[in-house]
Ligand binder design. Structure first.
Ligand code: C2E
Ligand code: MG
Ligand code: MG
Length: 291
């Protein structure tokens, strides 16, 4: 029977793939090589920060999120999902986190010196592995001092899973960090399980709706979800922002439901810092803030 033959061929193919495929072995070797290379990537200046714009309801850029990439000498640009986990299991969470912070703070300080970018906020992702380190609070103070960046323009992005990993330690660190003047955003909100009572205790400034919810926003049952996010944010006194916004319809819907800041391919891809000002978007400057 033709179907059966095809099934057997597929099954055989699958077995071969699992047990003998030279390509698969190559990818295992490659992974080992990448991990060895990763140890040197930071010291050799192969990491870069890309920036993705964040816009207000008028479409003006009022900030950006720093997103790390590895500029591999042979393989080109490698996205964070493909190396952050490996870096952390190699014990590199601390040097990686420090490099990101120092670079981001240097960029923030540079923006502050130019009128067209002086009012921008900068969001920086802090991984769970880095957040748990006892050095974290001092690292952040030092990065701010050394760069001269304005702490009030720095937003640390923390995932729900990061906070829940050790709720009391998270709270203590956030309270200590709050003293420096930095802000906090709960990243990928909706994807974790923080209880309302725990969220209430945290000195958060903003909730960032995860792309998965933004995608669902225009589907039938989404109304209730979007409404409940906004109601929750309001009851906590927090600003609400959406990421992964790809269409005008999503933006309009979210704006109508109380979202005030947007990030996504609709407004700009992550790119080198200078590209923030060449996408036709206007940065809101201090003068705009005052107006
Ligand atoms: P995240 O912090 O939730 O960042 C948002 C991710 O969504 C980014 O992916 C961004 O490029 C992508 N994105 C932006 N707009 C859109 C859109 O309209 N549609 C879709 N489908 N995606 C969009 P990226 O740069 O690959 O980063 C992935 C994750 O890696 C980040 O998720 C963050 O958790 C982590 N990451 C990135 N940079 C750093 C870093 O410097 N340190 C740490 N610890 N983690 C980082
Ligand atoms: Mg983020
Ligand atoms: Mg996110």
């Amino acid at each position: 029977h033709a179907d059966l033959a095809m099934y057997q061929a597929k099954a055989a193919g699958r077995n071969r793939l699992r047990f003998y495929d030279p390509e698969m072995q190559a990818s295992v070797d490659q992974r080992g090589t990448l991990e060895r290379e990763l140890r040197h990537a930071i010291g050799e200046g192969q990491l870069v920060l890309y920036y993705q714009s964040q816009v207000d309801t008028q479409g003006r850029v009022n900030g950006a999120e720093a997103l790390v990439r590895w500029r591999h000498p042979q393989r080109g640009l490698i996205p964070p999902a493909q190396f952050i986990g490996s870096a952390e299991s190699l014990g590199l969470a601390l040097p990686l986190g420090r490099w990101v912070l120092a670079s981001a703070c240097a960029q923030l300080a540079e923006w502050a010196r130019r009128p067209e970018s002086a009012g921008l906020n900068l969001a920086v992702n802090i991984s769970g592995a880095y957040f748990r380190r006892p050095e974290l609070v001092e690292d952040i103070s030092r990065a701010l001092d050394e760069s001269g960046a304005n702490p009030r323009r720095l937003r640390l992005e923390l995932a729900e899973a990061t906070l829940l990993d050790d709720p009391e330690d998270s709270l203590a660190k956030m309270i200590a960090l709050k003293e420096t003047g930095v802000g906090f955003t709960l990243d990928n909100f909706g994807s974790g399980y923080c209880s309302l009572s725990y969220l209430k205790r945290l000195p958060l400034d903003q909730l960032k709706i995860a792309p998965a919810f933004v995608r669902e926003v225009l589907e039938d049952s989404a109304d209730a979800t979007a409404d409940s996010f906004v109601a929750l944010a309001e009851s906590l006194g927090l600003a609400i922002m959406a990421e992964g916004v790809e269409t005008e319809a999503q933006r309009d819907y979210l704006a109508h439901h109380g979202c005030r800041t947007f990030q996504g391919f609709l407004f700009g891809l992550p790119g080198p810092a200078d590209a923030l000002f060449t996408a036709g978007a206007q940065a809101s400057s201090r003068r705009d803030d005052a107006a």
